[in-house]
Design a protein around this ligand. Sequence first.
Ligand code: SAH
Length: 255
Amino acid sequence: MSGRVYFIGAGPGDPELMTIKGKRLVDEADVIIYTGSLVNPQVLAGAKAGAKIVNSASMTLEQVIAQIKESTAQGKQVARVHTGDPSVYGAVREQMAELERLGIDYEVVPGVSSFLAAAALLKREYTLPGVTQTVILTRMEGRTPVPEREQIESLAAHQASMAVFLSAGRIEELCCRLEQGGYQRDTPVAVVYKASWPEETAVKGTLGDIAGKAKAMGIEKTALVVVGKFLQDDFERSRLYDGNFSHGYRPGRCE
Ligand code: SAH
């Protein structure tokens, strides 16, 4: 029987932030292919003796698929381990398409994305009543282009909470474009470096001064830039726990 492939979200860094299912599948795998540039090697600590561990950092898509094809043909179970959640900048869809073409069975196990670990570190909620009810996950274009209609300036016009991936190295440009797009210069911004790793750090500031602060700390990689008034302290109470409002689980007195 041919083996199965599990795409597993390893979480943002802390091995305890992997799901129980993801951890079990990594521990049971015969072959583990992990994104070495970002996945904490400690998430592989429970791999079984004799498991083949492959770092995909320097591999091409074809090489990854060849490894999966060979292993599954031998009936081996493969854990393909991605950082955070595979569905966010995971380059996972192209792998799925190849597996479908080859008739190889696979399943996806979600993980804790780094934007969620960033909110946890900052002790903030992205969706605040009276502030915003929307979270935008985006990036600046790099080698991968971003469609014209999703340019930072256009997204900034919404003044929603924004988590910007893969862009901390160009934070000056990012802040200028956010301001040109409509965020006020005093909009709070935080740069979160390696959320949930032992060396995690967060720098807080405004659109006007965060670039200098982040640069001074040498933060360029493995960092998220989060932007918006959700970082501030003013907001309205939620209706969910408001005694003046009723809902399905807490009917009003007149109902
Ligand atoms: N799939 C991943 C994102 C991969 S893209 C996820 O769900 O988090 C890589 C980018 O993610 C990095 O450039 C950085 O912007 C962000 N990132 C990944 N891990 C991070 C962490 N622990 N702390 C802060 N940012 C992180």
